[in-house]
Ligand binder design. Structure first.
Ligand SMILES: Cc1cc2nc3c(=O)[nH]c(=O)nc-3n(C[C@H](O)[C@H](O)[C@H](O)COP(=O)(O)O)c2cc1C
Length: 225
C-alpha cells in the first residue's frame, strides 16, 4: 500500500472483527515503527502488546468494576487542558457529536454514552491491545517523539490491512495496568491502542472526523509564484 493511501485510510476504528493478528505481524509493525525519528535518537518508547488470554484477563479485570466508570482509577495526566479553549473545545464537542450520532446515542443519554465509552476497555473487540509508556523524566519533546512512533505504528498497520484506535482512556486504569504490565515505576503509561481488522459495516466505523482546511493551519511564504 502506498504511504499516501495508508495515511488517508487510517481512522480511529471502534469496532473490530475477532480475526487474530499473527505475532509476526505485530512484531514487524512495532519494529518498523521504531524507524520513527526522535530527538538525539533517544527512542523514548516502551511498548507492551497483549493478545489471547492475557488480553482477556485484563478486560475481565476492568469489566468487573463497572461502578468506577467513567473515571476508573483516575487519570495519571490531564488528557486535555482543564480549561479547553476555543477552537479546540468546539472541535472536541463536534467529534463527540458525530461519534454518538453514528450509533444513535443522543447527547442526553448519559448511560448510553458511558456504555460506548466502556467499549474502550474491551479494545472495541480488537484481538490485540498495545500500550505505550514513557520514562517519567522525559519532557514534551520526547512525548512528541513517542507520538511519532505511535503514528508510525498506525500507518504501518494499514500496510497489513489492519486498523487501529489510539486510546488515552486507558490512563484511567493506570494502576491496574502498572501491575498487569509489570511497568517499572519510573515509566508512565501514555495510551493504549486497539489493533486488528475493522468491522467495516459497523455504524461506528462509517463516519470520518473532519479536519480544518489546510490554509487554516499552514502558511506558505517565499515560494515562487
Ligand atoms: C493518542 C491518542 C489517544 C486517543 N484516545 C482515544 C480514546 O481513548 N478513545 C477513543 O475512542 N478515541 C481516542 N482517540 C481517537 C481520536 O478521538 C481521533 O484520533 C480523532 O477524533 C480524529 O479522528 P480519526 O482518528 O478517526 O481521524 C485517540 C487518538 C490519539 C491520537
Amino acid at each position: 500500500m502506498d504511504v499516501r493511501e495508508a495515511v488517508a485510510t487510517r481512522y480511529s476504528c471502534r469496532a473490530f472483527l475477532p480475526t487474530p493478528v499473527p505475532l509476526a505481524t505485530v512484531r514487524e509493525i512495532l519494529e518498523g515503527a521504531a524507524r520513527a525519528p526522535s530527538g538525539g535518537n533517544l527512542q523514548p518508547w516502551l511498548v507492551h502488546a497483549l493478545a489471547g488470554e492475557r488480553l482477556k484477563a485484563l478486560k475481565a479485570t476492568v469489566r468487573a468494576r463497572p461502578e468506577l466508570l467513567p473515571r476508573g482509577e483516575g487519570a495519571e495526566y490531564d488528557i486535555y487542558p482543564r480549561e479547553l479553549k476555543e477552537p479546540y473545545r468546539t472541535r472536541r464537542f463536534q467529534v463527540g457529536e458525530l461519534l454518538y450520532r453514528a450509533i444513535g446515542v443522543p447527547r442526553e443519554d448519559r448511560p448510553g454514552r458511558i456504555r460506548q465509552y466502556a467499549r474502550n476497555f474491551e479494545f472495541f473487540g480488537a484481538p490485540v491491545g498495545l500500550f505505550f509508556s514513557i520514562d517519567r523524566t522525559m519532557g514534551p519533546p520526547q512525548w512528541s517523539d513517542l507520538g511519532g512512533y505511535i503514528q508510525s505504528v498506525m500507518v504501518l498497520a494499514r500496510a497489513h490491512g489492519l486498523h487501529t484506535c489510539g486510546q488515552e482512556a486507558w490512563t484511567h486504569w493506570h494502576r491496574t495496568l502498572g501491575e498487569v504490565l509489570a511497568l517499572p515505576p519510573d515509566y508512565m503509561l501514555f495510551c493504549g491502542m486497539a489493533l486488528g481488522y475493522a468491522d467495516e459495516d459497523a455504524p461506528i466505523n462509517r463516519w470520518r472526523a473532519p479536519r480544518e482546511p489546510l490554509d487554516a493551519f499552514a502558511s506558505f511564504q517565499g515560494f515562487p509564484g
